[in-house]
Design a protein around this ligand. Structure first.
Ligand SMILES: Cc1ncc(COP(=O)(O)O)c(C=O)c1O
Length: 361
């Protein structure tokens, strides 16, 4: 889709904010380079950063620096977790529609993705009865993602508790991807960390600090898991990037205001795009509770890929829902990590395209 896009195409396809990192972190990064933090660092990450993150999460769970592993983005944390825990033939429950890397990571480890549904009619949330019916002796783990990419759904206390209890009752490892934890529009983010013992909590600095290119994330889990995970992590990446760790460690304290402003900006865009999408004939869009994605369903006799291609030809990139799993079909994902002006122009183009299918039906 990106290759086909022209230079004046409006891109609402990307899963990354259009902001730059907080000034304090940018300054710290420049300083890190000048100070010579350009070398390999400890495999598990800078001890001070591990400690700081343990402290940040100490109200959720009884964790110390030894429970924290700094990774090359959430991507490495997720891929490495699969390599460590999943044996050939093991089944892993994963959301459909869900983040595009979950199933390939399971397969790369020799496992079998078993898709559970997170449908619009259920607020894009998992249904416990369905999950229970999917568990077999081969089920090893369940991946959960809140706030969700691509649906923007957010789990509340009730869902988090129910899923944690489900994982525990079925002796499953719970892999919780919470990379959008600071982008929740109403109420507090509810974490899986500390809700059950066998949890691998995955987070990242990519989205919240608009530093997707710096490749920095982390995971928190039991100390005995960390021992083995650190070995596989070493074989995969040697260590996480040193300058980026230094920058986050020294610049993070000045970033609270940045996070507040970012959330308010995303909130404005969310309300705007959802209103525009819902005003289109045949479109239905739930108000996302978190992240920066709108995931409308459409009532036109075309597949989501074909629909996305026709929007691309008209000048807007979005993602076909089918890219996120079979149950994403019938949806499009619009990332509102673009300026209000761009979203406005994009929605005007979408309006002009959707008038077509509406009359030919
Ligand atoms: C749900 C989810 N998890 C993980 C990632 C990967 O994040 P990172 O840049 O930290 O590897 C993304 C990025 O789009 C995501 O949407």
């Amino acid at each position: 889709m990106f290759d086909l896009a022209g230079s004046d195409t409006i891109n609402l396809g990307l899963g990354e904010p259009d902001f730059q990192p907080p000034a304090t972190i940018l300054d710290a990064m420049k300083k890190a380079l000048d100070l010579g933090y350009n070398k390999y660092g400890p495999t598990g990450g800078l001890p001070e950063l591990r400690e700081a993150l343990a402290e940040t999460h100490s109200s959720q769970a009884d964790v110390t620096a030894e429970n924290v592993l700094i990774t090359v983005g959430a991507t490495e944390a997720l891929a490495m977790t699969m390599q460590v825990f999943v044996d050939p033939g093991d089944e892993v429950l994963t959301p459909d529609p869900g983040f595009v890397l979950f199933a390939p990571h399971i397969r790369l480890a020799g496992g079998v993705p078993v898709y559970y549904s997170v449908l619009e009619k259920n607020g894009f949330l998992p249904v416990l009865e369905e999950l229970e019916s999917m568990v077999t002796p081969k089920t090893k783990a369940i991946i959960v993602n809140t706030p969700s990419n691509p649906t923007g759904s957010v789990m509340r206390r009730k869902e988090v508790d129910a899923l944690a209890a489900f994982a525990e009752a079925n002796d499953l490892l719970l892999i919780a991807d919470e990379v959008y934890d600071r982008i929740v529009y109403e109420g507090d983010h509810e974490s899986f960390l500390g809700r059950t013992e066998d949890v691998v909590y995955v987070n990242s600095f990519s989205k919240v600090f608009s530093m997707t290119g710096w490749r920095l994330g982390y995971l928190i889990t039991k100390r005995e898991f960390i021992k083995t995970m650190a070995k596989v992590h070493y074989y995969m990446v040697a260590c996480p990037p040193t300058p980026a760790q230094y920058a986050v460690l020294t610049g993070i304290d000045g970033a609270e205001e940045y996070l507040k402003e970012m959330l308010e900006e995303f909130r404005r865009r969310r309300e705007f795009i959802v209103r525009r999408l819902n005003s289109l004939a045949g479109f239905h869009c739930l108000l996302p509770g978190g992240a920066f994605y709108a995931f409308p369903s459409f009532d036109y006799p075309v597949g989501s890929e074909e629909f996305a291609l026709s929007l691309l030809k008209a000048g807007v990139v979005c993602s076909p829902g089918s890219a996120f799993g079979d149950r994403g079909e019938g949806h499009l994902r619009f990332s509102y990590a673009a300026s209000l002006e761009m979203i406005d122009r994009a929605m005007t183009i979408v309006e002009s395209v959707t008038e077509g299918p509406a009359t030919t039906e």
